[in-house]
Design a protein around this ligand. Structure first.
Ligand SMILES: NC(=O)c1ccc[n+]([C@@H]2O[C@H](COP(=O)([O-])OP(=O)(O)OC[C@H]3O[C@@H](n4cnc5c(N)ncnc54)[C@H](O)[C@@H]3O)[C@@H](O)[C@H]2O)c1
Length: 379
């Protein structure tokens, strides 16, 4: 077997996403036939535990300042798993240093920052990808294939949910480690950038560009103690964000994301209704795709629950045997595999920074519409 070219990974951030990405670098090389081998070269983080993380996961070295990581000559790919505030600064520095970049979603705090990131990767001609990992769940990839094959026909409707319930208590503070998502200065926005961004990315991928949106946003808890100042401070994130959308193909959609839907932990759901068929998917049952085909013979017509575990389903020939399921973490393994395969074939894996900027523009439009109460056309 020919020796694979090694690509050294520099991971920035070792929290939730740092773990999913590191696991993916380890697994991808074993399960996929790749021409590159990711090497866990360095991990960067601020906390005291960064050395422990490096030892547990097998990183060769540790940095405490992301600038040092980006400057290192022995790093090929900078992987940004940092709070949203840092995405643009780190990505632009990494692109200017000639590094390939995988960046967590959302691309940036807003579309202005996102556009600067696109300029930086395009000017420096570095490979880039934004981690909208749900595209790479086999059932979601199957939905894409079914739509591309024209099985839905003309699409009229889609509906999209991302429901959680973990911020209902007004005693929950904002800011600092783990709770940076509740601080608009760190996150850019609330559920719009954190949750709806996933829905929007998937919707654009499956159904094409969004033309205009009309949103309502709400902050239910107006003040929370800030972990860094110790004082009660105004909450400036959106706790809930709902919007109507018209797509360029003429279809209409509803989107809803909240962290106040008691009982829901991560209910990411979408449904598309076409002239000939409909489909739906729910993260809580991620190996299944629901499919209704109006062209089926009348007596057996109904919703089919497709268990997406067969060798002919997307990605599944790389895993176990038909009938055996895979999980959330595999979407990140597929993401690494697609990125490295794309490098070899010279076909960039999606979504690139440029593609993810479209999602960022829709997020900005949703927030603007939430403030003004007006329809906003995507610029
Ligand atoms: N794709 C997904 O489904 C998904 C899921 C969760 C989070 N995310 C995204 O991933 C990113 C990280 O989120 P997370 O949940 O992993 O956050 P986290 O709080 O678990 O981890 C953040 C990490 O960043 C480090 N960090 C913070 N400031 C730093 C600095 N100045 N210098 C160096 N390191 C610093 C922290 O030490 C920590 O290791 C966010 O952009 C988030 O939106 C994506």
């Amino acid at each position: 077997m020919a020796e694979k070219k090694k690509l050294n990974i520099g991971l920035a951030g070792y929290g939730f996403m740092g773990r999913t990405h590191t696991n993916a670098y380890i697994q991808a090389d074993h399960f996929f036939d790749l021409k590159f081998k990711p090497v866990l070269k360095a991990v960067c983080g601020r906390g005291d535990n960064v050395q422990d993380f490096a030892s547990q996961w097998g990183f060769e070295s540790v940095e405490r300042d992301w600038r040092r990581l980006v400057e290192r000559k022995d790093i090929d790919i900078v992987d940004i798993c940092l709070p949203n505030r840092l995405h643009a600064e780190v990505a632009i520095a990494a692109a200017n240093a000639g590094k390939m970049i995988i960046c967590e979603k959302p691309l940036a705090m807003n579309a202005v920052q996102g556009a600067a990131m696109v300029d930086a990767v395009e000017k420096n001609k570095v490979a880039n990808l934004v981690s909208y990992n749900y595209r790479r769940i086999p059932a979601v990839a199957l939905a894409k294939k079914i739509i591309e094959e024209g099985r839905l026909g003309k699409i009229f409707h889609s509906r999209h949910l991302f429901l959680q319930d973990w911020t209902i208590s007004s005693d929950l503070p904002q800011g600092g480690t783990a709770l940076w998502r509740l601080d608009a200065n760190e996150a850019g926005s609330g559920v719009t950038g954190d949750l709806l961004a996933h829905n929007i990315d998937t919707a654009i991928w499956l159904n094409g560009p969004v033309e205009k949106v009309s949103a309502i946003t709400e902050t239910f808890v107006k003040e929370r103690k800030h972990n860094l100042s110790g004082r009660m401070e105004k909450v400036s994130i959106d706790d809930a964000s709902l919007f109507l959308a018209k797509f360029a193909n003429g279809s209409l959609a509803t989107f809803e994301a909240t962290r106040y839907a008691r009982g829901h932990k991560a209910k990411f759901y979408f449904e598309l209704n076409g002239e000939k068929a409909s489909l739906s998917w729910d993260l809580h049952d991620l190996n299944r795709l629901q499919f209704f085909n109006h062209e089926d013979e009348g007596i057996v017509r109904g919703w089919h629950s497709i268990h997406v575990t067969d060798g002919e389903h997307p990605y599944m020939d790389k895993w176990w045997v038909p009938g055996l399921q895979i999980g959330y973490e595999h979407s990140f393994v597929h993401q690494v595999a697609d990125f490295l395969d794309g490098l070899y074939k010279g076909q960039p894996a999606s979504p690139t920074f440029s593609e993810a900027l479209e999602t960022q523009k829709v997020c900005d439009a949703v927030l603007e519409s939430g403030k003004t109460g007006r329809w906003v056309t995507i610029g």
